[in-house]
Design a protein around this ligand. Structure first.
Ligand SMILES: Nc1ncnc2c1ncn2[C@@H]1O[C@H](COP(=O)(O)OP(=O)(O)O)[C@@H](O)[C@H]1O
Ligand SMILES: Nc1ccn([C@@H]2O[C@H](COP(=O)(O)O)[C@@H](O)[C@H]2O)c(=O)n1
Length: 540
């Protein structure tokens, strides 16, 4: 696999940006880290002498501030490509099957005492796995928000961060469950210096492998049941204390006395009470943490075996699959082939048409396409008064929110026409590119309105050949909880195979186009088609 980190700069000068800037949730392909695996049993730890739960309040007034710049929020812990290994690819390959259904991620749970080397082991597993898409989620992200009194205690090293009550397990479980289902999640970013969550969240997409690490990873039965593999990092307590001292002073803005006080009062008892007993849940125990290459290689071998059965080669399957003779699906709606529509097609399909004319006629066709698609939305009856004072009974759209989501780059050419026929439309973008080595589509970038699930979506792509990119874009929308029947795939020209592929996977998605051509050639070009729409439109 080549090292191939893609940096995409969203265009800021396009007409579409006007409607999407503020409310957009910008997410670049999140090249991740952790993995969490499943299992079938939960475990609870025995309940001898219970260490103190996090304080419920306090009266301390004095605030100790961490030195500025002494600690960084967790989002700065980014994994990078090491040596020959590519940890992250340029984009996310398909995470669903031909039926459009999600395949479950393999979830690895990593537990161990503080500073035992959980994060280090997670990185080593990720590196050695060498699979395209691995997400790392840390339990630190799920520390509960502190009250002012609790915060004061934390500053005095009097708050117990090493008790299960310190974590929002409901949020942990729902997050890992969504990731396992291949869906995206917003994960809080935790700052150890301020003992608080950052204002922003980090969006993490579902992955082939999810690694979840944390000191209490194995203390909740429901959470454990989501893990496909459970790994306990077992490092000597002296080593853990030494590492924690160094790390907390260097990276978390702490002082020696405070670290020792917290360790003796909370960290050590909690390890003995909650963490060490939870080792019995583990499938694999890794003594000495990240140094233990043998154990890490065994884990990687097992995960590879598990992933083997989950591999997909979608594009080629789609190209091969024959729908010849199959009737067109009921969800397909084609703009009536009037002389006017036929006339426009005659211009845009003609290889002799100049670029200016190509753009002019394409835009006309786009407007017709969107007017047609709009007519498919729900309408309600209304009566209005004409200037002559006579009532007119007509219709209004019975839809609050419409968003256009363009599949870059050709789909972006359609945004302006959509904005011209549809007032107050929000616009989002999804960048999907074909990996030339694998032939598979890869997701590089999404920028979607935040409340996307509440919108009717016009998904824009100028042409649809195999349907692979459209399918990936639809999957992204579904992962953002957009109901399938509220998606309208709008394209100027589609191939029969693309129509069938999309309709087969997503039978409720509305497919709207101005023409359907019969064939796709070996290079995935529509025949007779109109050539490469993007090249002709952009003059490239
Ligand atoms: N094998 C190792 N040798 C030396 N230092 C290590 C080793 N493993 C981890 N560390 C250091 O110990 C600290 C804690 O490691 P980390 O992997 O973050 O542990 P955890 O995630 O369990 O808290 C970090 O500063 C890390 O660099
Ligand atoms: N505000 C906080 C929150 C947590 N801690 C300590 O972090 C430890 C867990 O993180 P690891 O990376 O070491 O697993 C835990 O032992 C808490 O005591 C903190 O000091 N301040």
């Amino acid at each position: 696999m080549t090292e191939n980190v893609f940096k995409f700069q969203p265009r800021t000068n396009s007409a579409s940006d006007s409607g999407s800037g503020e409310d957009a949730d910008v997410q670049e392909a999140d090249f991740m880290t952790p993995l969490v695996v499943q299992t079938d049993f939960g475990c609870t730890s025995p309940q001898p002498k219970t260490p103190k739960s996090p304080s419920k309040g306090g009266t301390l007034k004095k605030r100790h501030r961490a030195p500025p710049g002494s600690a960084k929020p967790e989002e700065t812990r980014v994994l990078h490509t090491h040596g020959r290994r590519t940890l992250y690819t340029a984009g996310r390959p398909p995470w669903y099957n031909q039926e459009g259904q999600l395949k479950n991620a393999f979830v690895i749970g990593l537990c161990g005492g503080s500073a035992s080397g959980k994060t280090t082991v997670a990185r080593k597993i990720t590196e050695a796995l060498d699979v395209p898409w691995v997400s790392l989620v840390s339990m630190d992200s799920f520390y509960k928000v502190l009250s002012p009194e609790q915060h004061d205690k934390a500053i005095m090293n009097e708050y117990n961060f090493d008790h299960p009550d310190a974590f929002d397990f409901d949020l942990v479980i729902s997050t890992i469950r969504r990731l396992k289902e291949g869906k995206s999640v917003n994960v809080p970013i935790y700052n150890f210096a301020t003992h608080a969550r950052e204002k922003t969240m980090k969006t993490v997409y579902g992955a082939n492998v999810v690694i979840f690490e944390g000191i209490m990873a194995f203390t909740n039965a429901e959470l454990v049941s989501l893990m496909d593999m459970k790994v306990f990092v077992d490092t000597d307590s002296d080593v853990r204390l030494a590492r924690r001292l160094r790390r907390d002073i260097a990276e978390r803005g702490r002082e020696l006395q405070g670290v020792l006080k917290q360790y003796m009062k909370f960290v050590k008892p909690s390890f003995e009470h909650y963490i060490e007993p939870s080792m019995r849940c583990a499938d694999i125990i890794v003594p000495r943490g990240g140094e233990n290459d043998v154990a890490i290689n065994l884990i990687v071998l097992h995960v590879h075996n598990q992933l083997q059965a989950r591999g997909f080669k979608l594009r080629s399957k789609q190209a091969q699959s024959s729908h010849n003779g199959q009737p067109m699906p009921g969800t397909l709606r084609v703009v009536e082939k009037t002389s006017q529509v036929c006339g426009i097609h005659s211009f845009i399909r003609d290889k002799a048409t100049s670029r200016d004319e190509f753009i002019f006629y394409s835009k006309r066709l786009m407007r017709l396409l969107f007017e047609f698609a709009l007519s498919m939305l729900p309408f309600k009856n209304v009566t209005v008064d004409t200037p002559q004072g006579i009532p007119y009974t007509g219709k209004h759209l019975a839809v609050d929110k419409i968003a256009g989501v363009s599949i870059l780059r050709a789909g972006e050419t359609m945004e302006q026409a959509l904005c011209e026929v549809c007032k107050d439309v929000s616009v989002g973008k999804i960048l999907i590119q074909t990996n030339l080595q694998t032939g598979e589509p890869e997701l590089h970038y999404t920028r979607l309105p935040k409340d996307i699930k509440d919108h009717y979506i016009f998904l824009l792509d100028a042409t649809v050949a195999t349907g692979a990119a459209a399918m990936m874009a639809i999957r992204v929308l579904l992962d953002h909880d957009v109901p399938e029947e509220k998606i309208f795939l709008c394209s100027l020209l589609m191939a029969e195979s693309g129509v069938h592929t999309v309709a087969y996977a997503f039978p409720k998605v509305n497919i709207v186009t101005t023409a359907v051509d019969k064939e796709v050639d070996a290079d995935f070009h529509i025949l007779p088609g109109l050539g490469n729409f993007g090249d002709r439109y952009f003059g490239t």
